[in-house]
Write a protein that binds this ligand. Structure first.
Ligand SMILES: [Zn+2]
Length: 315
């Protein structure tokens, strides 16, 4: 029996590889709940000079989905017949993993739903840990929108964005995994700068996926221990002093409303408070709408979080 030792030499500065991925999936109700089952994977790999170095494309035969939804067939032109002879997810993922290869990399997709669906599918097959083949992640949509000065609160579709960014769409049929990943790659290659990479490339570690999978929700119950009552104190936008709350809170559509009055200028406001629980904790958002032309004579019902110091300032 002979023993061989293999020595792998890698450059200390081995450049990061960019994997731009796009998935097509079909949502269905299964016995264990709703599942977005992947039916196609497309990806391109770019080197650090933004050259396409290789491509990956395969259909995935669904195991939970009996039939493709009409909308998915319309959008992708993939048929039930097309999927019949394809390999299942477990086999396909092994191939994808081999194609990605070892070493540092950064996965990108247009919007973060693809990475979420990939995680969901791995979890479905008890392969969650396989996700760590991806070392870093970047939402190409965010990076590209930032590059063009488009608000990150907007979700611009890939084709619409490409047009705006004057990136050639070509004759390729969109909503197919490989074509979409190629187009995403062209947008990314055109717009990415070292500064944008610094801002949007994130380490794809356990915390990254915990954050991604965290279901944010709005607090309805103000007696919840996460509520910070001083957050309800609100300053008058005109006078910059704390206002007096005149009413108790009423909850409508998971928002908490109360009337406030500024003792200095007499303005009255309806203020809605939204208390969102995120992975990082409580986010308290307020919207002030002035109640026009009303005299500021309403009496407080006694409910106020106004600190004495500001009450003095205001009087
Ligand atoms: Zn005021």
């Amino acid at each position: 029996m002979s023993v061989t030792t293999q020595l792998a030499i890698r450059s200390r500065n081995s450049p990061m590889k960019y994997i731009i991925i796009d998935l097509e999936w079909n949502g269905s109700n299964t016995r264990s709940g709703y599942f977005d089952e992947i039916i196609e994977i497309g990806a391109v790999a770019l080197d650090d000079r933004m050259n396409i170095v290789s491509e990956f494309q395969t259909l995935v035969s669904p195991k939970q989905t009996k039939k493709l939804r009409g909308r998915i067939k319309e959008l992708t032109h993939i048929t039930n017949d097309d999927l019949k002879n394809a390999d299942g997810f477990v086999t396909v993922f092994k191939r994808l993993k081999a194609w990605i290869g070892p070493g540092d990399n950064c996965m990108l997709s247009w919007g973060n739903s693809d990475i979420g669906v990939l995680y969901e599918n791995l979890t479905w097959y008890n392969m969650t840990d396989e996700i760590y083949i991806i070392k870093n992640y970047c939402d190409a949509q965010q990076l590209c929108q930032k590059a063009l000065g488009i608000s990150l609160n907007k979700q611009i579709g890939l084709a619409a964005f490409a047009e705006q960014a004057e990136v050639e769409i070509g004759e390729d049929q969109l909503h197919r995994a490989l074509n979409d990943s190629r187009l995403t790659a062209r947008c990314f290659a055109k717009l990415c700068t070292p500064e944008l990479l610094d801002e949007f490339v994130k380490k794809a570690d356990r915390v990254f996926y915990e954050r991604m999978n965290f279901k944010c929700y709005n607090l309805q119950d103000l007696s919840d221990e996460q509520v910070v009552f001083s957050d309800f104190m609100t300053k008058c936008p005109e006078c910059d002093v704390y206002m007096k709350r005149l009413t108790t809170f009423t909850c409508k559509n998971k928002k908490h409303y109360a009337k406030y009055r500024c003792a200095l200028c007499g303005r009255l406001y309806n203020i809605s408070h939204t208390l969102k629980i995120t992975y990082d904790g409580l986010e308290h958002r307020k919207t002030l709408s002035e109640i026009g032309g009303m005299p500021a004579t309403e009496e407080s019902d006694g409910a106020t979080e106004q600190p004495a110091q500001n009450a003095e300032e205001a009087s």
